[in-house]
Design a protein around this ligand. Sequence first.
Ligand SMILES: CC(C)(COP(=O)(O)OP(=O)(O)OC[C@H]1O[C@@H](n2cnc3c(N)ncnc32)[C@H](O)[C@@H]1OP(=O)(O)O)[C@@H](O)C(=O)NCCC(=O)NCCS
Length: 266
Amino acid sequence: MPLRITTLAERPEFAGALWRMATSWPDFMLEDPIADLYYPVCHEIYPEYVLVADDDADPGTLVARALSVPFHWASAIGGASDGASDGAFDGNGLPDDGWDGAVRRGWLARARGRSLNRVSAVEITVRPDRQGGGLSARMLAAMRTNAARLGFTELLAPVRPTQKHLEPRTPMKEYAFRTRDDGLPYDPWLRVHVRAGGQILKVARRSMTIAGTLDEWRRWTGLPFDAPGAVEVPNALVPVHVDLAQDHAVYVEPNVWVRHPLPPTG
Ligand SMILES: CC(C)(COP(=O)(O)OP(=O)(O)OC[C@H]1O[C@@H](n2cnc3c(N)ncnc32)[C@H](O)[C@@H]1OP(=O)(O)O)[C@@H](O)C(=O)NCCC(=O)NCCS
């Protein structure tokens, strides 16, 4: 079935369809406040960085989307990084605040008129009824090609490993670098990135932070949230920290920084 993948700039009529597409994201993952700096405005501000896909089975109906964000990054330790404290950078120059940091730096760069010298993946989402058919690799390839077309020499990705939720107590630094006998990553989504040419660099230890009152967490998950401490939540990559006395809970999601070097476009 021929698949059409274009930017939203090429097909702006898909702007509304972007958020109507069914997805398998767990509800609590939609509650990161930093997302407000990207999703409500991405069709206006970042249409060249939003990829939409449909096919001949149902032209005009989205089967997948791939979102990215350009940002400013002064990578030297102690450099003038937009909005990031020096402590956000470690020895190899990649920030621990992964996804949140990329979106926030993109926003700050625009507000301050700084150059957009890096690009990060934000998400690749395949419609649930079309998952398992290899579409994700095609969307990732298209995201890489698009970043190269826009003049970037690498695509950064704070990757959310898709099977990590099955072992939430395992430290991400152990999971991220686990390989199969063939040398490829154990996690299927990291595998897709590595097959595409990505290099797994490090764990972004606090890539997304989602805080809520206990009532909000109950609404987002359907769980009682009546026990303190580290609570396992379905589809969360690590446990959620629950404080009954303060009536709140906080989820700090680690992701995995993957760097995709990009060939120059002719
Ligand atoms: C992650 C996602 C994009 C993958 O898309 P997909 O089209 O279903 O995946 P593919 O068919 O291309 O398969 C990719 C790999 O995952 C594996 N895979 C797919 N579904 C799987 C499942 N339910 N369990 C285990 N592995 C699975 C495939 O076998 C393949 O790995 P392999 O070829 O090395 O064996 C899709 O599941 C999705 O949209 N999930 C929700 C959003 C999300 O988590 N996005 C990623 C973070 S940004």
